[in-house]
Design a protein around this ligand. Sequence first.
Ligand code: TYD
Length: 209
Amino acid sequence: MRGLFITLEGGDGAGKSTQIKNIKSFFEKKGLVVVHTREPGGTPISEKLRDILLDSNNREMEAVTEMLIYAAARAQHVRELVMPQLEKGSIVICDRFLDSSIAYQTYGRKLGDMVEIVNGYATDGLTPDLTFWMDIDPDAGKERVSKMGDFDRLEMEERDFHYRVYDGYKKIAENNPERVKRIDATHSVEEISEEIVNYLEEICEKRGL
Ligand code: TYD
């Protein structure tokens, strides 16, 4: 049986890492094999592309170049890691996936339809079974990130960019109510964990897991 593909999305500083641990332990308790990965990254080639994307020295990078490198990293990740693991029946938890490209490149960079077209090839049509969107206001997110140290290339973007990304996520959530679950990231860690576990129990019941 095919495994489950679960992704986490949200602006910078939304608290995804804590929830990834929560999701991982939920499935491990059921005795399932869990693979935790991330985008951009997840394979040696994709991690090298990640370094290029996040390097704050790469200021001259064009928006189209950026979009294509994210897609290239994804194409490799999907084929080398995600699909083979899903075929083996693993639970794959991925920190960011295609929705990030829609939010950051389509809306943030205003690249339009080309992002979805290119990513159709990159993902080979793979869509997550469940996506948690950690909803946090961009200003509040920035405040959290600034406490953690240096900004990467994307985090250094202007405020308007982050608000466009935020609007992008809102639209993605509105257009995909079955798949994308909005989580209010201002709630306490305990409340968020419980909310997420409820959704996980729901999908497990549906899939007989
Ligand atoms: P990362 O440090 O993983 O961000 P976070 O800790 O906030 O999840 O850096 C990934 C950055 O790349 C993040 O700012 C979002 C951006 N990104 C895109 O612009 N497009 C994409 O397709 C993906 C996967 C990420």
